[in-house]
Design a protein around this ligand. Structure first.
Ligand code: NAD
Ligand code: LMR
Length: 329
C-alpha cells in the first residue's frame, strides 16, 4: 500500500472516548479500510503518561493501516499538517461550576486549539468537536480560525441521530437499516429536536407509521434528548463507546458520502436556512459528497416541529452571546 497516510489528530486521547476511538481509527473505521493513518494524540501534561500507555497498546495491536503515533501536549505540534481533527478533550462540569464557568474553561481549550488549527493544519482540514458543550466549543474554535473555511468546523450530533434511529426502530419493529432521513435539529443538549416527520421506515413516512403524537412528545423526544444523562446515571460515567462510534460515523459519512435517498445530522455553521441565524453552529439535515456537505433544503416544518427547533436554536444563541461576552469569539 503506497498511499500517503492521513494525519488524524485526537485531543483528549487518554480519556474514555479516546480509548474507544483510537483502536477503531487505526483499524480503518474512520476513513476506510484502505486508508493508512498517522495519529497525533494531544493531551494535557497530566494525561501524557496514560496516552503513552494507549499508544503502547496501539503498537501491540499491529494495525496494518497505522503508520505512526505522536504524543504531545502542544497544540501547535498536534495539529501540524492535520487532515482530520477530533476535538474530544474538554473540561467537564464539576461541582459548584456555573454554566458561564464551564464556557469560560472550555474557551481556554478551544480558542488556542482553533488558532493552532488555523496556523498549522493541512489545507483540507476537517474538524469534529465532540467535547461538550460541543456546538459552542466548535463555534469558539471556528472563530479562532479565520483562515480556515467555516464549514470545516462541525459539532457532533450523530450520537443523537443514532440514538433516535435506535428508538424509532424499537417502536416500529423495523431494523435500524430501514430508517432513513431522520433529523436532529439544534443543540447537542436536552433541547435538541429529533424530527421524524420527514423520516422513513422501510420507505413509509415515519410519523404516519408511528401515528402517535403523544408518544413523540412524551416518550421519543425526551428519551433521545436525555439519553446522555440516562447513560451517566446507569453507567456512572458518560457515554464513551457509542460516542466514539458516532464520531467515526460522522467523519466517515463526511468523507465518503451519504447513501442515495438518505441524509445525516451534523452540527454545522448555519447559512440562515430554516430560520437558524447565520453563524450559529446548529444541527441540520445534510447530504455529503466528495468531502463536502449541503443542508437538505425545502423541508416543510410543521407546527409541532417549529417551536421545538426554535427553542434549541434560542439556547444556542444564548450560549453564543455568553461566550461573546467573555471575549471568546
Ligand atoms: P474524559 O474525562 O474521560 O477524557 C477527557 C480527556 O481530555 C482527559 O484525558 C483530559 O486529560 C483531556 N483533556 C482535557 N483538556 C484537554 C486539553 N486542553 N487538550 C487535550 N486534552 C485535554 O472524557 P470523555 O468521556 O472522553 O468525554 C470527552 C468529552 O466528550 C466530554 O466533554 C463529554 O461531555 C463529551 N461527549 C460528547 C458527546 C457528544 O455526543 N457530542 C457524547 C459523549 C461525550
Ligand atoms: C452524551 O450525549 O452522552 C453526552 O454528551 C453526555 C455528557 O454530558 O457527557
Amino acid at each position: 500500500m503506497t498511499r500517503t497516510p492521513v494525519n488524524v489528530t485526537v485531543t483528549g486521547a487518554a480519556g474514555q472516548i479516546g480509548y474507544a476511538l483510537l483502536f477503531r481509527i487505526a483499524s480503518g473505521h474512520l476513513l476506510g479500510a484502505d486508508v493508512p493513518v498517522s495519529l497525533r494524540l494531544l493531551e494535557i501534561p497530566q494525561g501524557l503518561k496514560a496516552a503513552e500507555g494507549t499508544a503502547m497498546e496501539l503498537d501491540d495491536a499491529a494495525f496494518p493501516l497505522l503508520r505512526g503515533i505522536e504524543i504531545t501536549d502542544d497544540p501547535n505540534t498536534a495539529f501540524d499538517g492535520a487532515n482530520v481533527a477530533l476535538l474530544v478533550g474538554a473540561r467537564p462540569r464539576t461541582k459548584g461550576m456555573e454554566r458561564g464557568d464551564l464556557l469560560e474553561a472550555n474557551g481556554g481549550i478551544f480558542k488556542p486549539q482553533g488558532k493552532a488549527i488555523n496556523d498549522h493544519a493541512a489545507d483540507d482540514i476537517k474538524v469534529l468537536v465532540v467535547g461538550n458543550p460541543a456546538n459552542t466549543n466548535a463555534l469558539i474554535a471556528q472563530s479562532a480560525a479565520p483562515d480556515v473555511p467555516a464549514d470545516r468546523f462541525t459539532a457532533m450530533t450523530r450520537l443523537d441521530h443514532n440514538r433516535a434511529i435506535a428508538q424509532l426502530a424499537k417502536r416500529t419493529g423495523a431494523q435500524v437499516s430501514d430508517i432513513k432521513r431522520l433529523t436532529i435539529w439544534g443543540n447537542h443538549s436536552a433541547t435538541q429536536y429529533p424530527d421524524i416527520f420527514h423520516a422513513e421506515v422501510a420507505g413509509k413516512n415515519a410519523a404516519e407509521v408511528v401515528n402517535d403524537e403523544q408518544w413523540l412528545a412524551d416518550t421519543f423526544i425526551p428519551t433521545v434528548a436525555k439519553r446522555g444523562a440516562a447513560i451517566i446515571e446507569a453507567r456512572g460515567a458518560s457515554s464513551a463507546a457509542s460516542a466514539a462510534s458516532a464520531a467515526l460515523d460522522h467523519v466517515h459519512t463526511w468523507v465518503n458520502g451519504t447513501a442515495d435517498g438518505d441524509w445525516t445530522s451534523m452540527g454545522i455553521v448555519s447559512d440562515g436556512s430554516y430560520g437558524v441565524p447565520a453563524g450559529l453552529i446548529s444541527s441540520f439535515p445534510v447530504t455529503t459528497e466528495n468531502g463536502s456537505f449541503e443542508i437538505v433544503q425545502g423541508l416543510e416544518i410543521n407546527e409541532f416541529s417549529r417551536p421545538r427547533i426554535d427553542a434549541s436554536v434560542q439556547e444556542l444563541a444564548e450560549e453564543r452571546d455568553a461566550v461573546r461576552a467573555l471575549g471568546l469569539i
